[in-house]
Design a binder for this molecule. Structure first.
Ligand SMILES: C[S@@+](CC[C@H](N)C(=O)[O-])C[C@H]1O[C@@H](n2cnc3c(N)ncnc32)[C@H](O)[C@@H]1O
Length: 501
């Protein structure tokens, strides 16, 4: 998603505004004048109902839109939907060619053929007279043609939504009715958008309002539309062919435009989606990528995918771009697992029986496995001793004494033991006793793998941390007289590290 904070060219100055005003037509001003408080009312962000309601929209096949308090509106299968079946095919509410493709692809159907230039601006090109005429009318190029160079494609998309909402109340996606059931406005997540972005939106909106002599209320409306577009925009993809250096032709899926769809906007995201989108020009089609049972949610991915991106990266991307905390199946499973680890991390102790398989917890009076009674006062005392030794440690012997006590009270996979192993590894590496350091590194690594799994972000972090310890902190390269830039030296070091492990 291209973010709307770059929607208005920042180098706009008063002379440009004066020149732009000369190019205004009554339509530009009319767009703003037609905004009434009633329209603002309708465009407010959605208030999700407390009860489940369903809406059958015309273009959906074998699926319907349902609203629940947690998921908001989303699409569910109304019958068993076989893999590969199309459930929605829809033309955009508005669409706009991306800035860098203007003149290189047809501005209406986004095809590669560009034989005709726009008779007025000459920048936009078309594959046929019918595309030129369609873009002039339904594509609203008649309104925006002479503003080329003042606004970029992102801002034109915003203005198109604004204009179309005023001109054509019946089809605006923000408040359209179907068989008597109203679907309120597209989500904007406006309360979660960073303040700096809202400020940038406001500057852009204010500029348009000043330029077009629109009423002041339009600023609020435009900012809201920018936020809605941020959460609901689709990048229109097309196959772009290019010649490579070796004379081969390469085909790549590339974003050539952006669009807002009234009905495709009802699909929630999942990092493990069961549907995908394809484009035929600006027309979007959504198909199931697996068979979906009746009543199950149908999701698409907004970008991140669980099999390709880590949970942390996915959450970060969705939060930064679309301002929501993902609660899809893949993210929830991971969160539950982490919460369980969090609980175990703080609470597990070793059973006083000494049995490695028994773990006891603070709320236990007896071990739940072997029924051994627990004297928590003794364990508390041991924990105090450990803390004192670690806080005042002057020599490695203090750390080793603390470790001895910890081994009596914590199970083998306790993360608290892991942290002491880390300290010891760092100490020995610093003293250049690499054999002993390696022993503690291996113990620490074992604990991380036990808690988080061998293939996990935490294990990967541990590996990086260890590598940093070896190569940077303990100056292993310097100690061994190796050169980090030489391939042979790196290979030699890797072999040594393998041998140590
Ligand atoms: C294109 S809309 C989808 C329809 C939306 N649920 C509605 O009620 O209009 C995208 C917005 O839905 C919500 N959403 C979509 N997928 C989500 C998910 N996996 N977890 C949490 N919220 C999600 C977010 O607020 C997001 O910005």
């Amino acid at each position: 998603m291209n973010q709307c904070q770059r929607a208005v060219k920042s180098d706009i100055d008063s002379q440009t505004v004066k020149n732009a005003r000369r190019r205004l037509t009554p339509a530009h001003i009319a767009v703003g004048v037609m905004q009434t408080p009633a329209c603002l009312e309708k465009i407010r962000p959605i208030a999700v109902g407390t009860t489940q309601t369903s809406t059958r929209l015309e273009d959906f096949r074998n699926a319907e839109v349902v609203s629940t308090p947690i998921q908001g509106r989303h699409v569910v299968a109304s019958t068993v939907v076989e893999q590969g079946t199309s459930i929605l095919s829809e033309e955009p509410f508005v669409h706009e060619i991306d800035e860098k493709w203007i003149g290189k692809r047809c501005s209406f159907c986004l095809g590669a053929n560009t034989t005709i230039a726009c008779r007025q601006c000459t920048f936009h090109r078309y594959c046929s007279a019918s595309c030129e005429s369609n873009n002039w009318t339904t594509g609203m190029h008649s309104v925006f043609c002479n503003l080329h160079g003042i606004f970029d494609s992102d801002m034109i998309l915003v203005l198109k939504v604004f204009a179309k909402s005023s001109f054509d109340q019946r089809t605006m996606p923000f408040c359209f009715s179907q068989k008597g059931t109203e679907i309120p406005g597209l989500v904007s997540n406006i309360d979660c958008i960073p303040e700096s972005d809202i400020n940038a939106y406001t500057v852009g909106a204010q500029l348009c309002v000043d330029l077009f002599y629109w009423p002041k209320e339009s600023v609020h409306l435009l900012v809201n539309i920018m936020a809605q577009i941020r959460c609901n925009r689709f990048a229109i993809k097309a196959t772009v062919s290019s010649n490579t250096a070796g004379g081969m032709v390469e085909h790549q899926e590339t974003a050539v435009g952006s669009a807002v769809y009234a009905q495709a906007s009802m699909f929630n995201h999942s990092c493990a989606p069961n549907a995908f989108v394809t484009f035929d020009g600006p027309r979007i089609t959504v198909r199931c990528s697996e068979t979906v049972l009746k009543g199950k949610e149908i999701n698409i991915s907004y970008g991140p995918i669980a099999t390709r991106h880590s949970t942390i990266d996915r959450q970060k991307e969705l939060n930064e771009k679309y301002c929501f905390q993902c609660n899809c199946r893949a993210c929830l499973q991971r969160r539950v697992k982490l919460e369980r680890i969090e609980q175990r991390k703080g609470e597990a102790y070793r059973c006083p029986s000494g049995n490695d398989h028994c773990k006891i917890y603070r709320s236990d009076a007896l071990c739940s496995s072997c029924s051994q009674p627990i004297d928590w006062a003794i364990i508390d005392l041991s924990e105090k001793q450990v803390k004192k030794l670690q806080d005042t440690a002057r020599t490695v012997d203090d750390l080793l004494k603390a470790l001895d006590i910890e081994r009596q009270i914590y199970p083998k996979d306790s993360l608290r033991l892991g942290s002491t192993y880390d300290q010891l590894a760092a100490f020995y590496a610093h003293s250049q006793d690499f054999n002993t350091a390696a022993k503690y590194c291996t113990l620490s690594n074992f604990i991380v793998e036990q808690n988080y799994g061998q293939v996990s972000i935490e294990s990967a972090d541990e590996q990086f941390k260890l590598q940093a310890n070896w190569t940077e902190e303990c100056g292993l390269f310097r100690t061994l007289g190796l050169d980090q830039a030489r391939k042979e030296d790196m290979k030699e070091l890797q072999e040594m590290m393998n041998a140590l492990q």
